[in-house]
Design a protein. Structure first.
Length: 609
């Protein structure tokens, strides 16, 4: 009897749901000759269960651009003519589904009308995909962000791989935009208005397990079984009709006008409290969602395309996109010219203090087995407790899953001697800043580790060459700006005598985390004196260089703070430097307002960085 009442309620509510087929008939093809664009990036493979393979051949990622959209439109048309039993959309790139729109397309400053027209064209192709008369499945094996997830939303079912590379969401609001390919219309109809507002307005990026709990995907499987699971789902021959959420509360907030108005009003008040009205993207997203749920999906898609064009041509969006591209370029430049090697699976760390425990936790988060050493049991216990606290906090903040936090903690073990160091591929010295202590530790490590192991030294003030000239074997250096818990780590940098084969292995270590290029000038110059110059300081570029980069990307000029002029200083090596080190050791000492007691000894100019 209860099931009968539920079915009657669903039938009574069904007229409120706009089907994808109705939307397709209402969106006329735009006056755009996509056939004139060279098709590239997607192909149709016929069969009982057909496939559309997304593969942008000229790039490492599947970013959405006009050629990819044109090829995808052709593939959808071919699928409609072939009439297979089902259709699966897969990516040909490992650990990568569809990353979203190619933001470099906005560099030519297209008008709002052009951007709205492009958004409508993508909407039409995605609606054609949603209107296919057979089930469609998106097999998500990697990042599905922005337009990539909107492509998955146009499918009936979404299956994700349980892999670290999977990130799912609609983060356009963080760039001053809104989802422009149907995301503001399809997501509330899939998971309900309250959950959709949380995802869109907060620009959330979720891993596979969190996306499953939020309703963004329907199933999570092992990466090796992803395509098989997608084929099985498509073979069942079930089309899906969304109801606006899994629970009765979600459906009521989505379809009942008073409940919907209350949810939208509360969301708008929260946005204004956070942004004070200076950030238009969340408000425009709310407007598009409200129009779509009140007037129908076709009206919502028209409003979404119009508002997308308005936002994409605003100064706020252009500055945010320029900042994003600048940061992306600097992260790539940090590894430019640096060879990549096999990532170390076993890492040993000497020093269980603030820095050592942070390094251990970062390495364990990356999947490495870590051996943590200190002089006594109490120090080792404090280090292990710090690792446990950091990992527990990460699980509490939903950075990682709770079940994963247990595995991370189990990867870190402690010792008061050098037992287990023979297995280590990478050994990091992280004791306190005393040159004599560091030399003694490195001397002991030379006898405790394998011949092919990489020895790295951690320092925030001491120059690398004063130690690497002394030991009998080459060592690698890294120079952080602060604790790894608070700030990104420095790029591994070699000394005068560093073995060339050491750098690839160390640069591949997951514990290095987000890198910046080490400056050849004094390390104090990396300290930022203004919020907008932090990226410049971390990358090691001068402020004038970064200012020109911002201007070239369309960002307005900023008043850069004055800084004391740098003064060249002759380097002095206190560890019997070799002739090569003595001949090439020059640098500069500079002052920074936030660093008063740091040693301003210049680094060796032959170091890579």
């Amino acid at each position: 009897m209860r099931g009968g009442r539920q079915r009657r309620r669903d039938r009574a509510r069904a007229p409120r749901v706009t089907s994808a087929a109705d939307v397709t008939t209402r969106i006329p093809p735009l006056d755009v000759d996509i056939a004139s664009i060279a098709p590239a990036g997607a192909r149709f493979e016929d069969g009982e269960i057909a496939r559309i393979v997304v593969d942008r051949p000229t790039d490492n990622v599947n970013a959405i651009d006009p050629p990819l959209i044109a090829a995808l439109g052709r593939a959808v048309a071919d699928a409609r003519e072939a009439r297979p039993r089902g259709l699966v959309i897969v990516s040909a790139k490992p650990d990568q589904f569809v990353a979203g729109a190619d933001l470099t397309m906005l560099a030519n400053r297209p008008s709002a009308a052009q951007l709205s027209q492009g958004s409508r064209e993508i909407q039409r192709i995605f609606s054609d995909l949603a209107a296919l008369p057979f089930p469609t499945v998106a097999a998500i094996n990697g990042s599905a962000l922005g337009g990539g997830y909107e492509l998955a939303l146009a499918c009936d079912w979404r299956i994700a791989a349980d892999a670290p590379s999977v990130r799912i969401g609609l983060p356009e609001v963080s760039l001053g935009l809104l989802p422009g390919a149907g995301g503001t219309q399809r997501l509330p109809r899939l998971i309900g208005l309250p959950r959709a507002l949380d995802q869109i307005l907060n620009a959330r990026r979720s891993n596979a397990r969190r996306a499953l709990r939020a309703g963004l995907v329907d199933e999570v499987v092992h990466p090796a079984a992803l395509e098989r699971a997608a084929l099985d789902r498509a073979r069942k021959g079930e089309k899906r009709k969304v109801q606006g959420g899994a629970s009765l509360v979600d459906r009521a907030a989505t379809w009942l006008a008073p409940a919907r108005a209350f949810a939208l009003r509360q969301a708008r008040a929260g946005v204004l409290a956070e942004t004070k009205g200076h950030y238009p993207a969340p408000l425009k997203a709310l407007e598009a969602i409200a129009i779509g749920l009140a007037d129908g999906m076709d009206a919502g898609l028209v409003a979404e395309a119009r508002l997308f064009g308005e936002l994409a041509t605003s100064d706020v969006s252009r500055n945010l996109i320029a900042l994003f591209l600048l940061g992306l370029a600097q992260r790539r430049a940090a590894y430019e010219g640096l060879p990549r090697g096999e990532a170390p699976s076993d890492i040993a760390i000497v020093g269980a203090g603030l820095m050592g425990s942070g390094i251990a936790q970062s390495a364990a988060m990356g999947g490495a087995t870590v051996r943590l050493r200190d002089v006594d049991t109490a120090a080792v216990s404090r280090g292990l407790d710090a690792v446990r606290k950091l990992t527990t906090d990460a699980a509490r903040k939903r950075v990682i899953e709770r079940r994963e936090s247990t595995r991370v903690i189990s990867r870190v073990s402690g010792t008061t001697d050098y037992s287990g160091f023979r297995r280590a591929d990478l050994v990091i010295e992280a004791v306190f800043e005393d040159i004599a202590v560091k030399r003694n530790v490195i001397k002991e490590l030379e006898d405790a580790v394998r011949e092919d192991a990489v020895i790295a030294t951690n320092t925030s003030a001491l120059p690398i060459w004063s130690r690497s000239c002394g030991p009998s074997r080459p060592i690698l250096g890294r120079s952080p700006a602060s604790s790894p818990r608070r700030r990104p780590w420095g790029r591994p940098r070699s000394s005068c005598a560093t073995r060339p084969a050491s750098t690839p292995r160390a640069s591949s270590a997951s514990c290095w985390r987000r890198p910046w290029r080490c400056s050849r000038r004094a390390r104090a110059s990396r300290t930022s004196t203004a919020p907008w110059s932090r990226t410049a300081g971390r990358s090691g570029h001068s402020r004038s260089r970064t200012r020109s980069d911002w201007s070239s990307r369309g960002m307005s000029a900023r008043p850069w703070p004055r800084r004391a002029a740098s003064r060249p200083a002759r380097a002095r090596c206190s560890a019997s430097p070799t002739p090569a080190c003595r001949a090439s050791a020059t640098g500069a000492a500079s002052t920074a307002t936030k660093v008063r007691s740091a040693r301003r000894t210049p680094t060796c100019t032959r170091s890579s960085g």
